[in-house]
Every structure is written in structure tokens, then in C-alpha cells.
Design a protein around this ligand. Structure first.
Ligand code: GLC
Length: 431
């Protein structure tokens, strides 16, 4: 029988075998009204959760906990590829065929507008989620035309991982604030016996969403923009060129090793963990994995460097969205509440160093003591620059990837790449 969901939730903390403290959310009676604009959420029973491959190993225990508490409404993980573009492709195919195979989607923060405008995901009732306790820019990523279409589950801010042991040995006082300082530091470390043959820097430069992120960061960190405050493309500028020149020049002068052009997040993490790299741009999930690697205790994180001072990260992260074509939406809404709760995101922070959407967790003294990177991460998220928020995101990101890639592998000058990108972005956005 279908039940209309107009309920409040009660959550209590429980300890799982994996050491995760989770919110056991149940529903209690009828109260509250659904928000105008948000549809009805009916049906209880099994659901699925479609998400990119879990590289942290902490996801399944959370789903197991939900399943223990909800034996009639179990969630099954549909594991999608690690590559963000491939995830998006599969989710879109699923939506275009109106398939009910995916119930809750782990939606990259940049896809909200596209999925909402196509009505592939449902508008959600805001009053069910404690959005006021979350970081504002993070909540904004879940909105489209003023409506809530997803719930923040984890945020992401790029940070600079660096080898504290080697900088110290080379007599360098602290992490670099500028790209020039970073190159100087590499030159000093390479003079050490331990630094011989080391690569200086890596990020994510394969032709996929990670390149869009790294390209936009370079542009923003040089004082440029991809789109201006009104969302109009404005990337054919001297400032943006300085950003792209840093990346293209780094491939030419060996600051970034040639193989860096094939790196996604995981490849670059492995390179850092194996001791090959002095500096790495990556997301917070790397912190807890690297703590269990050969470089444990030998690294720290700092804000990304930029042209004349600290740079700016692209805003990353994942939100939970509800597929419009799914069954059992009442269960799905309960699951989304459980998965995005402060308790669950705290567990993901504690066990996998994922950036929580909740502002308060970044300042809790005990957590900061355990994870000294939290203040850097909070700054990174708060100062992060969103990628273009457009319905045509697929065309926009593919243009950014294509032009940045051409400049990095030297088949186009940075000047030409930016001129071509400006045109392509205008086209994609119908301007
Ligand atoms: C991370 C970020 C996401 C970004 C992706 C790029 O998963 O959270 O926002 O698009 O990396 O590879």
C-alpha cells in the first residue's frame, strides 16, 4: 500500500562494527506539510543508491547499518565508475529511458541544474533537512531556480598536500603560497639525495571532469574567471591566460611529469603515496588514505598556491538527489535524511576524511585536534569557486576539457585555446 510521506524524523546515535557512529533515523507519525512545489513521496520498499566507486571503503558499512534498521526497505548500492563523466553518462542514460533502476543518485554538485531542468530529479521538501546548519555555498549547489533538488552529503575543496619531511630537510620554512615558490621549493628538494628523480607537482589532468576542475582552479588562482558574476563566459583574458600558462608551462619545464596528463584523482594519490611526488593537488579523501601509506606522518596540507598568493579551489562535492522515475520514494526520502544527517557525515569525516556539509564540525576542538587539516579545508570550501551553474553543463565541461587538454599537450597555444574556449562556451550557453 502506498503511504504519503508527511512525517518527522527521529535520529539516535548508534555504534557500528566499523566504528561508525550513525544516525538511526526512523519516522514518527504525521506532522508537517510538504513544501509548495515539492511533489509527493509515496511508496515504501527496496531502493538503490547509485554512486561513483567508493575509494574509501567506508560506504558499505553505512548502507549495512541502514539495512539492519530497515529490513523491509533495504538499499542496494549500484556502483558507477570512478570517473565523474562516466557517472553522469550512466545517470543520464538511465533517466532518458525513464528507468527505475536508480532511486537515490549521488549527484556531483555541478549537475544539479541540468538534472533539475530536465525533470530527471524531484524537487525536495526543504523542511525535512537541516539546511541552516550547513555551509551556505554548499547548500547553494543543491538548488535550481530557488528550489531544492538535492541534499548536500559531502563537500569537497582542493588542497595542496606536501612532504613536510623533505621541505624541512631542504631548509624550507613552510608550504609555498605561490606557484613560483612551489617551483623553487622543488629545485631545492631535488638537490637532496632523497629528492633525486622526484616529480614536483601533480593534479588531475586527464581529459575528464577533473581537468575542468584543475583548469578552472588555475584560472581562478591567477585572478581570472571562467564565467563572470552574471554567468557570462569571460575566459579570453590576460589573467586566465596566466593560469593556463602555469599549467602548460609546468608540463614543458618538467614541474609536472609527462605522465601527469593521464592522472585522475586515484592515480595522483598513488603517485604521492608511493613517494614519487613532492606536491599534490587533491581532495580531502586523500588525507586518511595517505595516513595509512608509506608517507604517513611525512605530509601536511596547505591552501592551494596561486600566481601572487594563495589560490582558489573549485567547489566540489556530492549531493543526494531523488530520481523522478524511482519507486518507493517515501523510503528514499528517509534514506536521504539518514545519509545526509550530521551523524552520518561526521562518521564519513572521522573514518574517511570526507568534507562534511555541516559548518559546526569544522570547528569542533576534538575533531580539529584529530584532523589538523580541518581549518584549511573549511577555508578551501568557503573560498571555493563554483564551476558554471548551467543546464548545458555537459557541453560546457567538454569544451573546457578539450581546450585545456590541447594547451597542456602542446597542440594549441594557450592564447588560441582560450579564444576558442570563449567561443565554445558562448555557443554552449546560447549567448
Ligand atoms: C570530486 C568532486 C567533484 C568533481 C570530481 C572531479 O569527486 O567532489 O565535484 O567534479 O572530483 O573529478
Amino acid at each position: 500500500m502506498k503511504t504519503r510521506i508527511t512525517r518527522t524524523f527521529q535520529c539516535s546515535a548508534v555504534l557500528t562494527a566499523a566504528g561508525l557512529v550513525l544516525a538511526a533515523c526512523g519516522s514518527s507519525g504525521d506532522s508537517g506539510r510538504e513544501q509548495a512545489g515539492a511533489g509527493s513521496f509515496e511508496g515504501r520498499g527496496p531502493i538503490t543508491y547509485a554512486a561513483g566507486k567508493d575509494t574509501t571503503g567506508t560506504l558499505q558499512p553505512v548502507l549495512d547499518r541502514w539495512n539492519e534498521l530497515h529490513p523491509e526497505e533495504k538499499v542496494t548500492l549500484v556502483q558507477l565508475p570512478t570517473d565523474a563523466d562516466a557517472q553522469r553518462q550512466q545517470m543520464i542514460q538511465n533517466a532518458e529511458t525513464k528507468s527505475d533502476a536508480y532511486t537515490v543518485l549521488s549527484l556531483d554538485v555541478v549537475w544539479t541544474s541540468e538534472f533539475a531542468a530536465h525533470q530527471w530529479i524531484d524537487r525536495l521538501p526543504e523542511q525535512h533537512f537541516p539546511l541552516g546548519k550547513m555551509l551556505k555555498p554548499v547548500v547553494e549547489t543543491a538548488k535550481y531556480r530557488g528550489g531544492l533538488y538535492a541534499v548536500p552529503a559531502s563537500s569537497d575543496g582542493g588542497m595542496l598536500y606536501y612532504r613536510t619531511d623533505l621541505l624541512k630537510k631542504a631548509g624550507i620554512a613552510g608550504p609555498p603560497k605561490t606557484w613560483a615558490q612551489m617551483k623553487d621549493a622543488c629545485a631545492e628538494v631535488r638537490k637532496l639525495p632523497e629528492g633525486k628523480g622526484m616529480s614536483c607537482y601533480a593534479g588531475q589532468f586527464q581529459k575528464y571532469e577533473g581537468l575542468t576542475v584543475n583548469f578552472a582552479e588555475a584560472v581562478n588562482s591567477a585572478g581570472g574567471v571562467v564565467t563572470d558574476a552574471d554567468g557570462t563566459p569571460d575566459v579570453d583574458t590576460p589573467a586566465a591566460r596566466k593560469g593556463l600558462d602555469f599549467l602548460a608551462g609546468s608540463f614543458k619545464d618538467g614541474t609536472i611529469a609527462r605522465e601527469g596528463i593521464t592522472y585522475q584523482e586515484e592515480d595522483s594519490r598513488q603517485a604521492f603515496q608511493s613517494g614519487k611526488l613532492l606536491f599534490l593537488r587533491n581532495w580531502p579523501y586523500v588525507y586518511s588514505l595517505a595516513q595509512k601509506s608509506k608517507v604517513a606522518g611525512k605530509f601536511a596540507v596547505a591552501p592551494l598556491p596561486g600566481l601572487n598568493g594563495p589560490g582558489a579551489s573549485s567547489l566540489g562535492g556530492h549531493n543526494l538527489a531523488l530520481s523522478s522515475f524511482a519507486k518507493n520514494k517515501a523510503t528514499a526520502l528517509d534514506f536521504m535524511k539518514f545519509f545526509s544527517s550530521e551523524q552520518t557525515t561526521r562518521a564519513f569525516l572521522e573514518d574517511a576524511s570526507l568534507a562534511p556539509p555541516y559548518a559546526g564540525l569544522y570547528d569542533e576542538p576534538a575533531l580539529v585536534k584529530q584532523y589538523p587539516y580541518l581549518p584549511v579545508l573549511k577555508e578551501s570550501v568557503l573560498r571555493a569557486v563554483p564551476r558554471p551553474r548551467v543546464v548545458q553543463y555537459g557541453d560546457v565541461t567538454s569544451a573546457m576539457q578539450q581546450e585545456a587538454y590541447a594547451a597542456l599537450n602542446g597542440t594549441k597555444s594557450t592564447e588560441q585555446a582560450l579564444t576558442d574556449l570563449q567561443k565554445a562556451l558562448k555557443n554552449a550557453m546560447g549567448q
